[in-house]
Design a protein around this ligand. Structure first.
Ligand code: SF4
Length: 343
């Protein structure tokens, strides 16, 4: 697929650990006339209180971005909040190769490192192989150095990879990008994802052909490896059902960090080369209802890869990722399975 290039003009990104004096001081100094605040689903309940705090500390009006958001890829656009001249995004690190239209304050909501000896003991007791790669969500990245050291004291060989220009930190994962882990895959027998929920570890299991364990550092609980083979087989079945599709829809999001128009155009060419029709369908955030009633047999999604992998069952027709689409056309083999890494 062709590289997706970010716009050459970008406003600055400022990064903070949490909502606190450093963020307030930076905003006071910047003198915005109006802020827009975006909170992820887990913080929606606190959003009003956080907005009130920002209003009080910074002394400017604060708008709340209301739609659901899932990553640093879908921050509020200028069209959504035209009167705000700065954005505060909670819960995400910046994506370095995504251009920002306005100064944007990323508050990563880091958690404290916690008891790494206890966590290392939990990893060891679970029987995780000794050559292990560590992968983190941004909230838990402060654990990287101390947990690595604690595991090495117990005889583990620990790998932490640096990813591509979509990742801000070594050891970090996004649900669409595990290039840090992929860089170390040949040197490890398993990965441990450190964070909460199964969104990131499931993506990691698609991306790397190694057992993926999930360590919840808040509960000190480790989950056994995700059943990669079953998930990959399900995707291969979906690819097989779409193989004879003649009329394709190519889905393109307008979100700044989910727009892969060059990929969409390249896929359209591939479809046509195989005698299939392919229509580009543009949207901001995809809703299954948007595809109802369309005279199309199947879709390939160039927006967030997790729409196809996690939510495909919500759609009446098969939705494939770009590599899966090439499998359906016969340009790529079904195995080894290729994760749709968003670079
Ligand atoms: S594209 Fe999807 S997985 Fe990637 S950062 Fe955005 S929401 Fe997360």
């Amino acid at each position: 697929m062709p590289p997706e290039s970010a716009s050459p003009t970008t406003s600055p990104a400022y990064v903070f650990r949490d909502v606190g004096p450093e963020l307030f001081a930076a905003l006071q100094q910047a003198h915005p006339s109006r802020l827009v605040l975006q909170t992820p689903a887990g913080l929606t309940r606190n959003a009003h209180e956080l907005a009130a705090r920002l209003r009080e500390e910074v002394g400017v009006p604060v708008l709340l971005a209301n739609r659901a958001c899932f990553g640093a890829c879908d921050f509020p656009s200028v069209t959504e909040s035209p009167r705000a001249d700065a954005v505060v995004v909670l819960g995400h690190a910046p994506i370095p190769n995504v251009a920002l239209p306005r100064p944007t304050y990323f508050v990563e909501m880091r958690t404290d490192a916690g008891d790494v000896e206890l966590l290392a003991r939990t990893v060891e007791s679970a029987g995780v192989p000794r050559r292990v790669g560590l992968v983190f969500s941004v909230q838990h990245l402060d654990l990287l150095a101390p947990l690595r050291a604690a595991l090495e004291r117990r005889g583990f060989t620990v790998e932490v990879g640096s990813g591509d220009r979509r990742l801000a930190y070594a050891g970090q994962a996004l649900g669409c990008n595990y290039t840090g882990a992929e860089a170390t895959v040949d040197r490890v027998d398993a990965f441990v994802f450190v964070g909460t929920g199964d969104f990131h570890p499931v993506g990691l299991a698609f991306a790397v052909d190694r057992p993926v364990w999930s360590l919840d550092p808040l509960q000190n609980r480790i989950e056994p490896p995700i059943d990669r083979a079953r998930r990959v087989a399900q995707r291969q079945l979906t690819v097989a059902t779409a193989r004879d599709a003649q009329r394709w829809g190519i889905l393109v999001s307008t979100f700044a960090g989910q727009n892969r128009m060059p990929t969409a155009l390249a896929l359209q060419e591939r479809a046509r080369a195989h005698g299939r029709s392919a229509e580009l369908l543009v949207f901001e955030r995809l809703d299954p209802r948007d595809l109802e009633g369309r005279d199309l047999d199947a879709y390939v999604n160039t927006a967030c890869p997790r729409i196809a992998l996690d939510d495909g069952a919500n759609y009446a027709r098969p939705i494939l990722t770009p590599p899966e689409f090439l499998m359906a056309l016969g340009e790529l083999p079904l195995a080894p399975y290729r994760f749709d890494t968003y670079h």
